[in-house]
Design a protein around this ligand. Structure first.
Ligand code: SF4
Ligand code: SF4
Length: 323
């Protein structure tokens, strides 16, 4: 992986995946069903209403605690997330989300096993990659793919369980083989459900079932000048010699040269632009795809409404200067 952007992205994804598994262990964030309250940054996160029940504070103080300890942190986090998505799109999905890391890893292995990123893709992908290397499908990769999907499914199931019950108890019981009946049932059902989802419906989940993704997409669509993967149409003839490397590489199975509405679930991973950069490595005018925003993003978004605009001349200059 020689592209610095993709290297940074891999690091943020790996870091967040580790955080996802360790946050409950260090009480950074979890709900404790035994204690019936949250932990946050190592502290007990309660609304503090026990004092009201015991008569130590009055109703005004209790209402203030609900707002300050519950309403403000939750609404503030949501508002910040929506602002980021409004301006930059589904950055959380492409750069942090532990589910999307799994999606991408399984996609890559599936391509090696069956020549497609998803079981549901109609056509095999070309064997030639953007950098000119060749990837031939080899069914032996199923021997890696299946155990890995099971491992991911189990990790997710046990990770989720530790967001609900004390991690020390869960990992301790697992280590000593003393899981309770309910804990075992949760782990078996969770592993099975995640296995099915990871194998057959991982893209469908990101597209249609994830509320975090959906609200980011909606916020993003509400801003016509938001950051988006732009397509330099003045160079469109360069695509004639390409096997649609940008389409082939997209983990969400989107066509990055299309209008913004058709890229509703774009996760801003930047792999399409990276692929185009490799295809056009010898072209002094650089890649046709790159992130754009502001007025330069309008070309993508106003086409949703059948309009065409003249792009400011500078929009794709940075690509050309790099060469
Ligand atoms: S369109 Fe490009 S940036 Fe968006 S998900 Fe696909 S590869 Fe990633
Ligand atoms: S935009 Fe780039 S990667 Fe996509 S088809 Fe055209 S030349 Fe190929």
């Amino acid at each position: 992986m020689d592209n610095p952007t993709q290297r940074y992205r891999l690091m943020t994804q790996a870091g967040f995946f580790i955080l996802f598994l360790l946050a409950p262990v260090f009480d950074l964030f979890r709900l404790d069903l035994n204690l019936k309250h949250f932990f946050f940054l190592g502290m007990h996160w309660t609304l503090g209403l026990d004092d009201f029940v015991a008569g130590r504070i009055d109703a005004t103080e209790a209402a203030l605690r609900v707002v300050l300890r519950g309403g403000l942190p939750i609404l503030g986090t949501i508002a910040f997330g929506i602002w980021v998505a409004w301006k930059y799109g589904r950055l959380y999905c492409g750069w942090l989300c532990p589910h999307f890391s799994v999606v991408e890893t399984i996609n890559q292995l599936m391509r090696r096993a069956i020549g497609k990123q998803s079981l549901w893709d109609r056509h095999l992908l070309p064997q030639k990659n953007a950098d000119g290397s060749i990837t031939r499908a080899n069914p032996l990769y199923w021997l890696v793919l299946l155990p890995l999907v099971i491992a991911f499914a189990f990790l997710w199931a046990i990770g989720l369980l530790t967001y609900l019950l004390p991690p020390a108890e869960i990992y301790g019981n697992l280590w000593h083989g003393t899981l309770t009946r309910n804990q075992s049932v949760f782990l078996m059902a969770g592993t099975t459900a995640f296995f099915v989802e990871f194998m057959f419906a991982r893209h469908l989940f990101c597209r249609y079932a994830c509320a975090v993704g959906l609200f980011q997409s909606l916020a993003w669509m509400g801003n016509r000048k938001a950051m988006v993967i732009g397509f330099d149409r003045s160079m469109v003839e360069e695509c004639a010699d390409c096997n649609a490397a940008c389409d082939n590489v997209c983990p969400m199975r989107i066509k990055p040269r299309t209008i913004k509405r058709m890229m509703f679930t774009c996760t801003q991973c930047g792999q399409c632009a990276d692929a185009c950069g490799k295809v056009q490595a010898d072209n002094p005018d650089g890649a046709l795809l790159q992130w754009v925003q502001g007025d330069c993003a309008l070309d993508k978004s106003v086409r949703d409404f059948g309009q065409h605009i003249d792009l400011p001349a500078h929009c794709y200059d940075s690509n050309k200067k790099k060469k």
